[in-house]
Design a protein around this ligand. Structure first.
Ligand SMILES: [Cu+2]
Length: 511
């Protein structure tokens, strides 16, 4: 194909009309626009304020994203480290979608070949350079080239994902990360993750639409002992995650004006430690959990995030001053974990001249019911068509990593076994019983669930979630509808070293 002259290009651009001209960078003159891209930027337009990650927005119902995973050197608090990450970016770009959109990911594995002497036993971490993609929390097909976590994309290979969101998809915070059994923990612990936001009714609430919006991706990348992470040893202890980053920055500065309410989209993309977060001196209201709006704004003094969880948080600056976003010291089961300061928060004057004049300024918490959604209607007792119980355990088996295998109903993961077989349209109540002395955040793909009980106690607002911590020596009960999508997918622990060493089952939903 001959190169187009500048004049020809101008002619073609003109032919596309005024609407096309206003779209800006990222426009492909010879075809439909693939995505509208935004560079990282402070939502207040301030120089030393934490930027939101780069974003790719869908256009006319379609988002085409070129994503690759490669080993890229990044500066961590402990020094430079080579990490397995998306698009040389920590975190990866935020994907912004609308219900009904089609997400196309042209994925490429640019990592080097795996070592020849890898132990290929199932449930032993292996082949850290083999990967795939999971669209965490998406209510989409688990088959073919959609949210299929059984794929194995080898170094040098490309794969095209096409993920179709239903028109009634709930509005909220989702994320993408690799999910190949055996290398999940190494890759997510390395920082391979990004936010995905599905817009809709929640964003249209006038009080929320008026707010500055922040995307906060919490990660604690764990490097190898001497360069690239090549075995599971450095990430195996719970205390391996030490330096938590937000959007790739260690202890960033976040600004809020006096009287201002900001909408924070929080994602816990770490792989092991829990984050019971506090921002003492500021007012907190939670409006969404995982990808799902709560029935109404709920005031609280803390937000509990387990690995995999997301939260829509409204945070209000009261008096000017210096505050922190922190995790207090706490016990995660039998393990004592220290306090972490994640960010410095500065409440500044309402008319601070460092803020861009066109920055939004929200002031009000929405009152009354938040928008509901057809697929998040309360599950009633008489809808239930079946009950199941799953017992979470750990056992010693010689020859496995640290002689340890994590189990569900006494079995470690077997890729060839269907642990749950049921049909589209069934509605089930599941009880998860934890026999171990540490909590496990359990995640189920494709369909969210409604949390009913924790340790036998009813949960007041019965939130819809996709990842729930089962307390140490405790239990949870949830209800779920198997809607819209037949196929095979998984339920697993989101402390990812536990998943890689066995704590996962297959769910087969038949037509
Ligand atoms: Cu676990």
């Amino acid at each position: 194909m001959s190169r187009l002259s500048r004049r020809q290009l101008l002619k073609q651009t003109a032919a596309l009309g005024a609407g096309a001209m206003s779209v800006g960078i990222g426009w492909n003159l010879l075809g439909a626009q693939a995505a509208e891209s935004r560079a990282p930027a402070s939502p207040l337009g301030m120089a030393d304020d934490l930027p939101n990650p780069a974003e790719l927005h869908s256009v006319d119902g379609r988002l085409h994203a070129d994503l690759y995973m490669a080993v890229t050197e990044k500066r961590l608090p402990g020094g430079p480290a080579p990490l397995r990450i998306f698009n040389a970016s920590l975190p990866g770009p935020t994907l912004r979608l609308q219900p009904g959109d089609t997400l196309e990911v042209a994925f490429e594995n640019r990592m080097p070949p795996n070592p020849d002497d890898d132990d290929l036993t199932v449930n032993v971490p292996n082949r850290f350079n083999t990967t795939n993609m999971h669209y965490h929390g998406f209510h989409v097909s688990p088959r073919g080239n959609s949210d299929n976590v059984y794929l194995e994309i080898e170094p040098g290979q490309r794969f095209n994902y096409v993920v179709r969101l239903p028109q009634d998809h709930p509005s909220g915070n989702y994320w993408y990360h690799p999910h190949r059994h055996g290398s999940v923990s190494a890759q997510v612990a390395s920082g391979a993750a990004g936010m995905a936001i599905i817009g809709g009714a929640l964003d249209a609430v006038p009080e929320i639409a008026a707010m500055v919006e922040r995307v906060l991706v919490l990660q604690a990348p764990v490097p190898g002992v001497d360069g690239l992470l090549m075995d599971e040893e450095p990430i195996w202890p719970l205390t391996a995650e030490r330096d938590f980053l937000i959007n790739g920055q260690y202890r960033p500065r976040i600004h809020i004006r006096e009287g201002e309410v900001q909408h924070w989209r929080l994602l816990h993309a770490g792989d092991a430690q829990f984050l019971p977060l506090r921002a003492d001196g500021l007012e907190l209201h939670e409006i969404g959990r995982d990808g799902n709006p709560l029935p109404a704004a709920r005031q609280t003094d803390h937000i509990d995030l387990a690995p995999g969880n997301r939260s829509n948080l409204l945070i209000k600056g009261l008096e000017a001053g210096h505050y922190t976003l922190r995790r207090p010291a706490f016990d995660q089961g039998i393990q004592a974990l220290p306090e972490i300061i994640l960010a410095d928060i500065f409440v500044i004057a309402e008319d601070d001249s460092r803020v861009a004049p066109d920055a939004p300024f929200g002031r009000d918490i929405p009152q009354g019911a938040l928008p509901d959604n057809d697929i998040l209607v309360d599950i009633t007792d008489d809808e239930i068509t079946g009950h199941r119980q799953f017992v979470l355990g750990v056992t010693e088996v010689k020859g496995y990593f640290h002689d340890t295998v994590f189990t569900i109903n006494d079995e470690p993961f077997d890729p060839g076994r269907d642990d749950v077989v049921t049909r589209l349209g069934e509605v089930e109540e599941w009880t998860l019983v934890n026999t171990t002395p540490f909590p496990h955040p359990i995640h189920i793909h494709v369909n969210p669930f409604q949390l009913i009980e924790v340790n036998g106690e009813p949960v007041p607002d019965k939130p819809w979630m996709d990842t729930v911590p089962v307390p140490a020596a405790g239990s949870v009960k949830f209800r779920t509808r198997f809607l819209d999508f037949a196929g095979r997918y998984v339920m697993h622990c989101h402390i990812l070293p536990h998943e890689d060493t066995g704590m996962m089952i297959n769910i087969n939903i038949q037509e």
